[in-house]
Unconditional design. Structure first.
Length: 79
């Protein structure tokens, strides 16, 4: 699963989630850091394999977005 995460330092990175623990520390592979300047120009640099500390994470989201699905745990009403 490829994810994008935003840290409390306002760094944005994308990578493949390889693992996590109970403290929300993430192991990400093929990581790319996305940097934006004041004019909105975007540059990236490759970081490889990293461990992102859970206390610094602000937002974690799929790179490809998400879609709403029907709740599989709700009971269907019988007619």
């Amino acid at each position: 699963m490829s994810i994008r995460d935003l840290t409390s330092f306002l760094l944005t990175v994308t990578g493949t989630l390889k693992g996590y623990d109970q403290l929300m520390n993430l192991v990400l592979d093929d990581v790319k850091e996305i940097m934006r300047d004041d004019e909105g120009n975007e540059t990236t640099r490759s970081l490889g394999l990293i461990v992102a500390r859970g206390t610094l994470l602000v937002l974690i989201s799929p790179v490809d977005g998400s879609e709403e699905i029907e709740n599989p745990f709700l009971q269907q009403e019988e007619k």
